[in-house]
Design a protein around this ligand. Structure first.
Ligand code: PGA
Ligand code: ZN
Length: 429
């Protein structure tokens, strides 16, 4: 049973406070922390921040920490850690608000993850296996990693409006090989950027992708194409984009020059223009997936683009891992893949439920990190246990990103002959 819960404030990969929790059972101590982002949309679960401007610029999380140490721990002590849904429900009941803003999603999620780790230990099975049990699944699959290699948007100080260009080693035979391909390509890309933009171009964004001072999709894609051609893995690597277009949508138009001080506002694109541009990009480059190609409220163009069936269309800001928005998108055929961010929804149980919705609709599922991360590698086990087929955890660079990819190496090693790499089935969750 759960005997003690102790939370504290730590710093995430951006140097901003987040919540860490130590949950104790008779089997030992289980630690988890909450990821974070400042892009949290109005539909996401809500982080509790202290708001005292004199302390960490208002970003302290001591209220959330105290909610765990007092209210949550009082409610959960004595519970069986294998009963994940009851633990999560107890916190939801205690919070009483739809978006978990009372206790804070940062408090609730950290405890939910710690309890899940404790549940696995209680059953003396690996965490990914416990997660598979909780979801009623029997298969375990190593996901295809989507490595961020070029960063833009709000994650980087260059003029690129779109947030990420990613590479997917779909043609690898094992996760281990996928990581090698990703890391080698990343190093080739560094050399390509060094030649064209000098050492400054090799600075990285929050997720570890390079942030050379480019301003267009094509400039970035050409760099990546060149790096891939230098690896000799051409046929094994596909490309994905996270456009995060909500960030540069103004009214009904898209400003791809939003970050170029001299050009902002001069090159507005309509939804139809964007569709034409995506069509061209998908035929010129091996792009297999586009995330948030349109604003989170622009369901119409997202649907028009999805219906062309050119590539996987992933809803992140569009869906915010929220079952109501996912149900609506399934009904209206708005997109065909879910980006799963745990702190958008708030508990392990609810994450499992929303993945089931996506899977029943034959969607792809991408397990995802946030820009503010910690060394917690829970999402690696989650991706394997829920067989999501894809994981996006940033570049093959920086400790908080590698924490997830390295954990996948360990899981693959542990599964031995039984390990299955999603590979060509990457978008079949
Ligand atoms: P975030 O998003 O910056 O809001 O964490 C990351 C992503 O969409 O990849
Ligand atoms: Zn996104």
């Amino acid at each position: 049973v759960i005997t003690k819960i102790k939370a504290r404030q730590i710093l995430d990969s951006r140097g901003i406070p987040t919540v860490e929790v130590d949950l104790y059972t008779n089997k030992g101590m289980f630690r988890a922390s909450a990821p974070s982002s400042d892009s949290s949309g109005m539909y996401e679960a809500v982080e509790l921040r202290d708001g005292d401007k004199g302390v960490y610029h208002g970003n302290g999380v001591m209220k959330a920490v105290n909610n765990i140490n007092e209210k949550i721990s009082e409610a959960l002590i004595g519970m069986d850690p294998t009963l994940q849904s009851q633990i999560d429900q107890a916190m939801i009941d205690l919070d009483k608000t739809e978006k978990k803003g009372e206790l804070g999603v940062n408090a609730i999620l950290a405890v939910s993850i710690a309890a899940c780790k404790a549940g696995a230990a209680e059953k003396e099975i690996p965490l990914y296996k416990h997660i598979a049990d909780l979801s009623g699944g029997t298969n375990l699959t190593l996901p295809v990693p989507a490595f961020s290699v070029i960063s833009g948007g709000k994650q980087a100080g260059n003029n690129l409006a779109i947030q990420e260009i990613m590479i997917l080693p779909i043609g690898a035979s094992k996760f281990d090989e996928a990581l090698q391909i990703g890391a080698e390509t990343y190093q080739h890309l560094k050399a390509v950027i060094l030649e064209k933009y000098g050492a400054q171009g090799c600075n990285v964004g929050e997720d570890g992708g390079f942030a050379p001072n480019i301003s267009s999709f094509r400039e970035g894609l050409d760099l990546v194409k060149e790096a891939i051609s230098r690896t000799g893995y051409n046929d094994k690597i596909k490309i994905a984009l996270d456009v995060a277009s909500t960030e540069f949508c103004i009214g009904t138009k898209y400003d791809l020059d939003s970050k170029s001080p001299n050009k902002s506002g001069q090159n507005f694109k309509s939804g139809e223009d964007m569709i034409d541009m995506y069509k061209e990009l998908c035929s010129d480059y091996p792009i297999v997936s586009i995330e948030d190609p349109f604003d989170k409220e622009d369901w119409e163009h997202t649907k028009m683009f999805s219906s062309l069936a050119i590539c996987q269309v992933v809803g992140d800001d569009l869906l915010v891992s929220n079952p109501k928005r996912v149900e609506r998108a399934i009904q209206e055929s708005t997109c065909n893949a879910l980006l799963l961010k745990l702190n958008q929804i708030g508990t392990v149980t609810e994450a499992i439920e929303v993945v089931k919705l996506a899977r029943d609709a034959h969607w792809g599922v991408v397990t995802s990190h946030r820009c503010g991360e910690t060394l917690d590698s829970f999402i690696a086990d989650l991706a394997v246990g829920l067989t999501t087929g894809q994981i996006k955890a940033g570049a093959p660079c920086r400790g908080e990103r590698l924490a997830k990819y390295n954990q996948l190496l360990r899981i693959e090693e542990e599964l031995g002959d039984q390990a299955v790499y999603a590979g060509e089935d990457w978008n079949k969750s």
